[in-house]
Design a protein around this ligand. Structure first.
Ligand code: ZN
Length: 243
């Protein structure tokens, strides 16, 4: 079975459409969204509706939580806060009900799916160092874990002894016997690794393989809709910079 795993859509409909088309072209049959459907962008409602119609598994993200007012936006920077407070008035009752039911973490077969970190998922810890990655491996029992949240795709491999970690340079990997793998699938709607293309991960459960796929989309059309809705220039411009 091929999985299409994606995260951090952030209300960017053109990017989401491009990723869905790419996942289907590559033969993905089971679709997993790792959260943050909304925030930052200006098309929350159609993005939630589209993910709800597509995803077999969908995880709850920190921006989804603030959009529902489950937690406050006080820890967000001014740009993220602007976008999420705007979002609160834009999403339908139906979409709110969908977001409300999303789980923080799901284990399915060999995979753990979570937005930020398997270590207390509702605390939204970032995994940005080898130490944090090593610790994360202690908090899931499956062989593989897929996360989002940082908006920077990366594949981390733990050796068969459970001791050494390797951060891969390559965007694809097939796990060897005994190895465990932690994958950050990157972001659909707001990539931050200086590559503005949308990101998702093709997962093959027969091969035990992972491939980060990058997809071009019409950035200008997304930016136009943000401008029409009075979004801060910083949020508009960062999309073309990929940061
Ligand atoms: Zn995010």
């Amino acid at each position: 079975m091929l999985y299409g795993v994606f995260s951090d859509v952030h209300s960017n409909l053109a990017a989401l459409d491009a990723v869905i088309a790419s996942m289907k072209t590559r033969g993905a049959e089971r679709f997993v969204c790792l959260g943050d459907l909304v925030g930052y962008g200006a098309e929350p409602e159609p993005c939630v509706q589209k993910v709800a119609a597509l995803a077999d598994v969908c995880i709850f993200g920190n921006h989804d939580s603030v959009a529902l007012r489950r937690e406050s936006s006080s820890h967000f920077n001014q740009f993220a806060r602007f976008a999420i407070e705007w979002t609160q008035s834009q999403i339908s009752e139906e979409s709110q009900q969908y977001l409300k039911k999303l789980p923080y973490i799901v284990e399915e077969g060999s995979y753990c799916f979570v937005h930020a970190s398997p270590k207390s998922p509702a605390d939204w810890n970032y995994i940005t160092s080898l130490d944090e990655a090593q610790e994360a491996f202690e908090f899931f029992t499956t062989r593989y874990c897929l996360v989002g949240h940082t908006h920077s795709p990366v594949i981390v491999v733990q050796d068969e002894l459970g001791q050494n970690l390797r951060v891969l340079d390559a965007p694809a990997y097939e796990a060897k016997d005994g190895e465990r793998v932690l994958v950050n699938v990157g972001s659909v709607g707001q990539p931050r690794d200086r590559d503005p293309r949308a990101s998702w991960c093709l997962v093959d459960d027969q091969l035990g393989s992972f491939e980060i796929v990058r997809v071009s989309y019409d950035i200008a059309s997304t930016q136009r809709i943000m401008e029409q809705n009075g979004f801060p220039a910083f949020l508009v411009q960062r999309l073309e910079l990929g940061r």
